[in-house]
Design a protein around this ligand. Sequence first.
Ligand code: BEZ
Length: 238
Amino acid sequence: MEEKQEQVVAMPRIGDPAPKFTAVTTQGTINFPEDYKGNWVILFSHPADFTPVCTSEFMTFATMEEQFEKANCKLVGLSVDGLYSHIAWLRTIKDKIEYRGMKDVEVKFPLIEDITMKVANLYGMIQPGEDDVKAVRAVFFIDPTGKIRTIIYYPLSLGRNFDEIYRVLIALQAADKFGVATPADWRPGDEVIVPPAGSCGTAKERMEKKDEDVHCYDWFFCTKKLDKEKVLDAILKK
Ligand code: BEZ
């Protein structure tokens, strides 16, 4: 029996520029990431059209599209299916599927056709230990300069948590806008972590200064309040 050759594939990493490509989508041809400069963009893959988990995900994402748009974020989907499969699947979703109160759902964001797997391979979305002919559920968060800022992968059987995807987007933008880090499970209105030691006076100095806004749990772990309204005003379009 022939042994499967282990292939070493270069995967895009956090901090890398998003790999460039041109692709046909359900909304016409796109040049990625150039067409999205100035916007955040979430590029995500799914294993196959006309499958249940993917259908539940697309309906959820499409229903939340306006919410992402308000946070200056465009959505772009991908699977290794062809354009006509994509069109037929999205039409079926709109015309026939009612799921968890969602119905008549129109997917308006582009869905890339990638039958050659060119884009899926470029982004490390084909992970042969999981499946060698379908993309895993990858989520790439790309900032307005075209840099990859977060990557999340899920296996084929696991539907994504879209509240978490939205939370990541808002947390990334809050960290950029306010020069802070965000603790576990952070949501707007929660305390944020003030800059790490060295970047703006050490936490030890801040502890000794007894800054009223800052609460230090120890010399290396200080937080401060950041109003929910301030965060949302800075991030969401009016
Ligand atoms: C799904 O979306 O339901 C699915 C797709 C590929 C493999 C397993 C599940």
